[in-house]
Ligand binder design. Sequence first.
Ligand code: PEP
Ligand code: MG
Length: 653
Amino acid sequence: LHARPAALLVQAAKRFASDISIVVRDQAASAKSILGVLALGVDRGSRITIRAEGEDAEDALASLTRLIETNFGELGVRALRGLPSSRGIAIGPVYRCCRAGLLCEPRVVIDRAAEWARFEAALEGARDQLAAVHAGVSDDFGAGHAAIFNAQAMMLEDPELVQGVRSAIEGRGLNAECALLDTTEAYAEKLGSLDDEYLRGRAADVRDVAARVVRVLLGVDDSPFVGLTEPSVIIAPDLTPSDIALLDKSLVLGFCTAEGGPTSHAAILARALGLPAVVGAGSDVLGLRSGMLVVLDGGEGALVVDPDESTLDEYRARQGTIGGALAEARAHAHEPVVTREGRRVEVLANIGSVAEARVALEAGAAGVGLLRTEFLYLGRTRMPDEDEQYHAYRAILDALGDRPVVLRTLDLGSDKGAPFLSLPRESNPFLGVRGIRLGLSRPELLRTQLRAALRASVGHDVRLLFPLVATLGELRAARTLLEECRAELVAEGCAVADVGPIGVMIEVPAAALIIDKLALEADFFSIGTNDLSQYVMAADRTNAGVASLVSGFQPAVLRLVRDIIRVAHDHGRRVGLCGELAGEPLAIPILLGLGLDEFSMTPLAIPLAKQILRALSLSQAEAIAQTALDMDSPEAVQAVVRSQMPGVDMGGV
Ligand code: PEP
Ligand code: MG
């Protein structure tokens, strides 16, 4: 057990809550301690015993035994590891992506004016391509996901950038390709060195858009998938959002990238498509040749190279189980969820566009628990006016018919910017003017939206929801604004809906602590665990360094969720949850046990969530919740749920 296999063993052991030890001769060491395992001095041919004690002991033993039997990936089965990004198993040949080379040698051009004209024409071509990609992504994934291509198009119009290229061409006589790459690389490097992880990620967008223009200049194919003719597992250094948007879904079984993180746009799009994906697997994966057989396990973050028959059989069986369970879940997706005791639980969708509304209906959503309205604003250079907003809401509401829709008012600020707002720089944007604070400090913004929403709601079941409320004063001010808007519209003779139930998002610990007071003035609550977790744990949700703290499975977060539901119920108010946690298979039993009334999640998660809910009795869920909330860590919480749900498909988690 030298360093590499010992590290793999320890890494695998740490995924379990049980106490696990390795015993050799008369010595024992914790399997979670790398120094302990190394100090055992286990050499080839040694007989070792693995001992596990705890709720997930069986699983731990099976997993560690499998690791040893497969020789830690050194012989026979070779498994490369990356970050799990999108669940599912893909089995097929590798397609090693290689872009048409963007070999750009610096050249001195004689006719500088002609070179500048050539550049301008390429810009125009790239803009047209981006508009087409934007339209395609809007249709397939929704406007929220497409916003990035608007932002890329804006980069091409950036006067500083264009001026930089112009002076390189006209001043220095440099060819257009190199003039552009030199100029954009300076921006990309600047962005890449920022502290903010999200902004660092935008360096990839600058390079993506520059490469697009260069491809137009060189007249080479835009797609990295030229030559992809049979269904394959894509291996690439990294994939850009436009790559994913362009891929032919019938030919891509899944993908694995050397670089990138699970919050990259490529990973987000993969989840939206239900495509298995592993990212950040390191440069080893780039050594794989097209045509080699691989197994990609998106849930585990593993890529098994050249699997032997028994490994293949194992994965095919798992793939079949997951596929069968999903098909089974989909077959029942449109049936309501009633627990064994006869209590009805609502499963709703989080959406941001008409396209997502359609996906939600197909997935069996009873309605929409969170309509994110930011898509109308993100990346825009001017504020969408009342009529534009009215039509956008109306299209979504019409697609949903008479189903209930919770429409959240604009939640901009922090990581969600809109250029037309010219927001001042804040040193702590997540603690700054965002959500309802921004709406109340710029009442014309909120007013326009409320008027559009009230007009669009006629004939539909719409409930307004205010984000990031921390005080009673904010709720009161928002309600006053709403009533004023309605009175204005009535006075103007517009058709206008009644002000339906008013909801408050519980994302700030302050709101959770005054929920008894809020309950007197709000009609329902929706817990936003994405933000609530970061504020409870004092850990920025965009900072990879504290990612493990920002988890809805943290016992502290779950305890607060428990208290919110308890107090709200004491005051006769229903509680939903629309953070990512609501769609996490391992969180669902806990949330049901805590008494949650409504689960709202990304549409593709709905069928499995319903299946899990149906498999539970309330008393069983209550027992799971009680044990889980007494655990010491998110891993232990998850282990409790796993061990209490034997025989229930949990989507491979
Ligand atoms: C949340 O914070 O949990 C939430 C649903 O809002 P968003 O992710 O849009 O901030
Ligand atoms: Mg939020």
